[in-house]
Design a protein around this ligand. Structure first.
Ligand code: AMP
Ligand code: ZN
Length: 469
């Protein structure tokens, strides 16, 4: 299996650190708002990665954090804590806000068939571990304290920009535009390990005692503490969106590698953005779409999952309602295609499709091309029914599109259609093929009045019972 590693900028054969197992860490959501479909794209990608590794025979352990403290409105430590700001706005407690949005996130994930990682850990449940890690960084000379906070000294890190390729000087220039709210910070890009409940954070609602006074952890330290606690260091694969490369993941690497003197993760994988009108979808910009918005417009959640799979995770996913509509139709057609009974006299096995499918996925999770193989198989009239279904079942273990479940539902629906309706539909199809459109349309109308819709497809038609009839 080959995976693209952001760290080496190459596609490489995946070799686990421990034979037969794969240990993964995914940066979880910041729970101050509903996840938008861009965030969800990121978790569909991590889910496909987990499922593909399992399909390849690895025993997968995946850990994910929930950021419920310390992520400020700017990734570069300025502004307010996102959860605290939302709590003030909604006049709720910070705990209620983070619990509410974390629950909403997991409901979205369930509807998208995104498996819950083996372990999900809230940042606020590991503050003690984070404090210990900061103490270790002090001991090793990587941390310093000011009146407002404790910082990581990035100038002590020779390979600070190895993930992004950005030099320390470039980072300094980039950070110049940021609002530096602490005059005692040594380098503008030094990042907070701990914020004191002082100055601009003096009223911070979430706070814990620490050797540096009452306060709360910075954003990055939670991922370093949680990953080493539950996966050890190094572990195999770390995932997240590309926006995490320059700051969050760079800082995770800096602090974890400084503390333990060994690499944090072997492979770093990043999904590209979901974009709308060429701009990154983003929670802070307000104009974003949630899964609930899509459902309100009548879309099946899995239509979004299908759409996400039609684009490689390292390419931008251009979202529009039209593209989601096309994905929904394609998925429905795929479900229907699978239910079609195959009656070829000399049927063949689907093994060659399975082999091709595996090759595509193990080539850095090439889901668009894996889907193409699935379609080819579903449309192949010469395939043995049983063999096709066995292939579909295996393929769906990685794609998570409910292929068997939904096609069974459709088959049940089909079998409940009265024979008289089926006969009339067949008659209409024959007339249509003979280009007797007037007559065929008339039958279609009569059937519609009786509550059955005929949908023409590439190689036939489907009869649907129309709801509310
Ligand atoms: P957040 O809740 O902001 O911490 O983000 C959760 C995950 O979504 C992170 O891995 C981000 O990198 C990712 N992400 C944020 N915006 C997008 C987007 N527009 N497209 C794809 N992934 C995104
Ligand atoms: Zn993280």
């Amino acid at each position: 299996m080959k995976l693209y590693n952001t760290l080496t900028r190459k596609k490489q054969a995946f070799k686990p650190l421990k034979k037969g197992s794969a240990r993964l860490y995914t940066c979880g959501p910041t729970v101050y708002h509903y996840a938008h479909i861009g965030n969800l794209r990121s978790y569909v990608f991590a889910d496909v990665l987990e499922r593909t590794l399992a399909f390849e025979g690895f025993a997968v352990k995946r850990v994910m954090n929930i950021t419920d403290v310390g992520h400020l409105t700017s990734d570069a430590d300025s502004g307010e804590d996102k959860v605290e700001r939302e709590a003030k706005k909604e006049k709720k407690s910070v705990w209620d806000v983070s619990r509410f949005y974390a629950d909403a996130f997991f409901r979205d994930c369930a509807e998208l068939n995104i498996k819950k990682p083996s372990r999900v850990v809230r940042a606020t449940d590991t503050v003690k571990d984070q404090i210990k890690l900061i103490q270790l960084l002090f001991k090793k000379g990587y941390a310093y304290e000011t009146e407002q906070a404790v910082y990581f000294d990035i100038s002590r890190c020779k390979a600070y920009g190895k993930l992004s390729g950005q030099s320390l000087e470039e980072k300094r220039v980039a950070a110049r535009g940021e609002v530096v709210e602490d005059p005692d910070k040594r380098h503008p890009a030094d990042f907070a390990l701990w914020f004191k409940r002082a100055g601009r954070h003096k009223n911070h609602a979430m706070h814990w005692a620490s050797p540096w006074g009452d306060g709360f952890p910075g954003w990055h330290i939670e991922c370093s503490a949680i990953s080493s606690k539950y996966l050890g260091q190094p572990f195999d694969i770390h995932t997240g969106g590309i926006d995490h490369i320059g700051t969050h993941h760079t800082n995770e690497i800096a602090q974890s590698e400084a503390a333990y003197g060994k690499p944090l993760a072997k492979v770093w994988m990043h999904n590209e953005y979901l974009v709308i009108d060429r701009a990154k979808m983003s929670k802070s910009k307000g104009a974003f779409i949630t899964l609930a918005d899509a459902k309100k417009r009548g879309f099946e959640p899995l239509a979004f999952r299908y759409l996400a799979l039609t684009t490689h995770y390292r390419s931008q996913l251009h979202f529009s309602w039209e593209s989601l509509g096309a994905a929904q139709r394609a998925l429905q057609n795929l479900w229907e295609e699978i239910t079609r009974t195959r009656t070829a006299k000399k049927s063949k096995s689907a093994d060659s499709y399975l082999k091709k499918f595996k090759q595509r996925l193990s080539d850095d999770l090439d889901t668009p091309r894996a889907l193409a193989v699935l379609w080819e198989a579903a449309k192949d009239p010469g395939l043995d029914q049983k063999s096709l279904l066995s292939f579909i079942k295996q393929a769906d273990a990685t794609l998570g599109l409910d292929l068997i479940k939904q096609s069974k539902r459709l088959a049940r629906e089909q079998s409940s259609i009265p024979a008289s309706i089926k006969e009339r539909a067949e008659e209409r199809w024959k007339l249509k093929k003979m280009k007797e459109f007037g007559k065929s349309d008339k039958i279609r109308l009569t059937l519609a009045k009786r509550g059955y819709e005929i949908q023409d497809q590439e190689q036939g038609y489907a009869i649907k019972r129309v709801k509310n009839q």
